[in-house]
Design a protein around this ligand. Structure first.
Ligand code: ZN
Length: 609
């Protein structure tokens, strides 16, 4: 049996955001042990070249420094040596993000892939130690929150932890600092929410609501093997939102106002968004963390891995995140329909949906979705937004064509059993195969048109079949994100088809939609707005100014491009009907009502365990 590697993280100068990571390898490769740092983090498909955070690195054997040669941008080879090697890297990190380490004098959050060097060829056994002395240097009443398996720990959580292998080791983010801890159970499994950031909120209610959504999901797909704990690590800031999934935990960021205040009743739009985020990351516990594209095995973190399936893992997860909320009684049907309508609005405002298929969007995420530019909305489509709506369309198609006998829940349970529990991985056409086999329906046309093609989804008809009416209307103004009927007595502004955003008192055009009056007239992303006709133009006045004119009028928009003053004649267009809202059919027939109830409650499909 191999001796586990020992990792120790020491804050070197927290105020300067510097820390040291030492890995001790008992039996190094005698021809020269290679160490490496990941180029990307699982769940975030962008090459980050994390080794660039290394400030200095050294290796020792028997207390003596030994030679270390850098062999590429993220790997080092130690001199041939038979004794145990201790490799120490000094690392700078300061990025207040869910997928990055950020140590300072008040806390230390670390995503492990960013800071732990892999011992090449020996990734199978690893162990990490977090000692009181490590944190003691930073002072204060600190506690540790992590999903890592405890070997021995004190009451505040400091101690020794272990992980089965390197992949698991880096899958346990750790938070140390002054944190609020909430505890609850779901299906008898202990869950923790660890909250950092000065925030006063209703922890008891949050735990109660999280317990409901976790319980629903565990009943829906079944408790995975060895799933005996879960930790939500939440960092509360002024204005932020995001999450990163792990197998036994998730790293979340939200803004202070997203959490419920004590005594607050109902579910605000912001709290719905927060619950949706938790639900999303929790669903990943099955969908991407344990059931993955087969191309992700082995999970080489040094270079891109391409798959056309990210829409399955992010899109279907995005579909279920809010569906779970309505099914577990946390939000109302009205609130859920508003959420879907906003997703439809986002998709309908993306011209790129005609240029890129969802498979291409998944495959190209490294260079397109994660590296967007001003033309992205004209050229690409989000595998989150469109993926969620394909999942909705597939669910409603299965329900309709099978007369309610087969649903996406059945397909996901079979996928989980076939590709997840077996750890086999999903092949590129795996979802399609399972959907056809489970439903016994011919679905080739569905996948050709909507997954491998760019045809718009037939959501109006499919929603009608479950007693939901889909309406499209023009945007009320540039802040209108859809989800609700038009405000009364609102005349939509005439349309130029460009977004104008104000930052630090400067209004700049950010996105210019393809085929729009602004594009035809000559406006480019980055142009600084100066005037519309002879009056000053800024982001806050654009809607008002466009309402002063009629469709077909020509106005002159003046901009600065770099230092050049330029004037463009713009022929104003009619506002497109790209804004969606959904309403329940008030008097559906019995069959439609039954279909709707089955979809929104999921009752007939939950496997009781
Ligand atoms: Zn996700």
């Amino acid at each position: 049996m191999s001796t586990p590697h020992k990792y120790c993280i020491t804050p070197k100068d927290p105020g300067a955001h510097l820390f040291e990571v030492t890995v001790t390898v008992a039996r190094p490769d005698s021809s020269g042990q290679v160490f490496s740092i990941a180029a990307w983090i699982p769940g975030s498909y962008m090459i980050r070249d994390l080794a660039r955070h290394v400030v200095s690195i050294r290796a020792e054997a028997d207390g003596q420094e030994i030679g270390l040669t850098k062999i590429d941008k993220s790997s080092w080879q130690a001199d041939a040596c038979d004794a145990a090697i201790a490799l120490t890297a000094e690392i700078y990190a300061w990025d207040l993000n869910v997928s990055a380490p950020h140590p300072d004098t008040t806390h230390f959050f670390s995503d492990r892939a960013c800071v732990l060097t892999a011992v090449d060829g020996q990734e199978e056994h690893d162990k990490e130690r977090v000692t009181r002395q490590d944190a003691g240097a930073m002072g204060g009443e600190w506690r540790v929150a992590t999903s890592m398996q405890v070997v021995e720990a004190e009451q505040d959580g400091f101690g020794t932890f272990s992980a089965a292998d390197y992949a698991e080791l880096i899958d346990h983010p750790v938070e140390m600092g002054d944190i609020q801890i909430g505890e609850f159970e779901a299906c008898g499994i202990p869950h923790v929410i660890a909250v950092r950031g000065h925030v006063h909120f209703d922890m008891a209610r949050t735990c109660h609501d999280l317990s409901k959504l976790c319980t629903y999901q565990l009943n829906l797909l079944g408790t995975p093997k060895n799933f005996d704990r879960y930790v939500f690590l939440l960092y509360v800031q002024k204005d932020t939102y995001g999450g990163l999934e792990h197998r036994w935990s998730s790293s979340l960021a939200c803004s202070r106002r997203d959490l419920p205040r004590r005594g607050e009743a109902g579910v605000s739009e912001k709290y719905r968004k927060f619950l949706g985020l938790c639900s999303h990351e929790y669903f990943h516990l099955w969908n991407v963390k344990r059931m993955r594209p087969d191309r992700f095995a082995p999970n080489d973190l040094r270079a891109e891995i391409h798959t056309g399936l990210l829409w399955v893992f992010e899109g279907i997860t995005s579909y279920y995140d809010h569906l779970v909320l309505v099914r577990s009684g946390l939000i109302t049907t009205k609130s859920y329909l508003e959420h879907i309508a906003r997703a439809i609005t986002r998709l309908m405002r993306t011209r790129g949906r005609f240029r890129q298929t969802i498979e291409e969007s998944s495959f190209d995420t490294w260079t397109h979705f994660y590296r967007q530019n001003a033309n992205s909305s004209n050229a690409i489509v989000s595998y989150y937004t469109k993926g969620a709506l394909i999942a909705l369309a597939l669910d409603l198609t299965l329900r309709k064509e099978s007369n309610g006998k087969c649903t996406l829940d059945d397909v996901m349970r079979e996928c989980w059993s076939r590709y997840g529990e077996s750890a086999q991985g999903m092949p590129e056409r795996g979802l399609e195969t399972v959907a056809r086999e489970v439903s016994e329906l011919e679905l080739a046309d569905f996948f050709e048109r909507f997954v491998r093609g760019t045809t718009d989804l037939p959501l109006q008809g499919l929603l009608k079949d479950v007693g939901v009416n889909l309406h499209m209307r023009p945007a009320n103004d540039s802040k209108d994100v859809g989800g609700k009927p038009s405000a009364k007595d609102t005349t939509p502004p005439t349309w130029i088809g460009a977004q104008l955003v104000e930052r630090a008192g400067v209004s700049k055009f950010t996105v210019v939609h393809s085929g729009s009056p602004a594009e035809k007239g000559g406006i480019a992303p980055g142009d600084v707005a100066v005037a519309l006709d002879d009056l000053r133009l800024h982001a806050g006045s654009l809607d008002f100014r466009l309402r002063e004119h009629h469709v077909g009028d020509t106005v002159t928009i003046s901009v600065f491009r770099d230092e050049h003053l330029m004037r463009f004649p713009i022929k104003l267009g009619a506002p497109p009907e790209d804004t969606c809202y959904l309403e329940l059919e008030s008097d559906p027939d019995a069959g439609t009502e039954k279909m709707r109830a089955a979809w929104l409650t999921g009752d007939s499909n939950i496997r009781k365990i």
